[in-house]
Design a binder for this molecule. Structure first.
Ligand code: 1GP
Length: 246
């Protein structure tokens, strides 16, 4: 079970690294090199998805990764069209920082019968969008406002509510390409308030920031843009996070 690995990591204070692959952005011709680097960096998970996928490359991307490595692949769907049996599991996201009923429960009802029959491991995830200093695609597409970056109390209450509602983990995201990643103050506050795994992403571009965020209480660090722009960086980012695992 993939979720068990999240839980074990949290309980044993072992930090994990996830790489977000947007099927629209990834160069499939470059896949050998990307997977080689991800394997060398001992990446723990691939998250696969994007706010919009316009090129119909999802299955192709999943197959291409699966052919080359055993790193678990979790769908990170921007909408209910981004489902595929070719992944290993799905982050079943409820956008709990927003007040858009379609993204709290509506899309889930539509996807439920497909997922029920699927072999995918379903991991219910409270997804919280935090202001990263610039309007993001996810904020526009979801028609929701992010939580202000200096309002750690709102983030804490939202995460606690998500845990009480039975969500298995919390994903706090400043959005892909965020100018400002989530502050360590907010990560510390939220991590101290919940007992479920905490995933942090959005705008993390350096090993130092990844290390800081993991130290502040992130159980899983996600990088997307940084890997797209400079894939070799994943090796240093992974080493920085895993320094905390020794
Ligand atoms: C976005 O958290 C992910 O949902 C990753 O963000 O692309 O900015 O690394 P970046």
């Amino acid at each position: 079970m993939i979720y068990q690995s999240f839980l074990d990591a949290k309980n044993n204070q072992k930090k994990k690294l996830a790489v977000l692959i947007d099927p629209d952005q990834v160069n499939i011709g470059n896949m050998d090199r990307l997977i080689h680097l991800a394997s060398e960096a001992a990446v723990d998970y691939f998250f696969i998805g994007g706010s919009l996928i316009v090129n119909n490359m999802l299955d192709h991307c999943l197959i291409s990764i699966k052919d080359r490595c055993n790193i678990p692949m979790l769908l990170f769907p921007g909408n209910s069209f981004q489902l595929s049996y070719k992944a290993d599991g799905i982050l079943f996201l409820s956008l709990i920082s927003g007040r858009n009923p379609e993204l709290l429960i509506g899309n889930h009802v539509i996807a439920a019968p497909f997922l029920k029959l699927s072999p995918l491991e379903i991991i219910s995830t409270g997804y919280m969008l935090i202001d990263g200093g610039t309007p993001t695609t996810v904020s526009y597409m979801s028609n929701t406002n992010p939580i202000p970056s200096n309002k750690a109390d709102i983030a804490v209450c939202t995460a606690i509510a998500g845990e009480m509602l039975g969500m298995k983990q919390i994903y706090m995201d400043a959005g892909s390409g965020a100018k400002n990643p989530i502050s360590t103050t907010m990560i510390e506050s939220v991590s101290g308030a919940i007992n479920i795994p905490l995933i942090i992403g959005g705008g993390i571009r350096t090993p130092e920031k990844a290390y800081e965020n993991a130290k502040a209480g992130a159980d899983v660090i996600v990088i997307g843009n940084a890997f797209e722009k400079d894939p070799e960086l994943v090796v240093d980012i992974s080493a920085a996070i895993k320094e905390l695992n020794q």
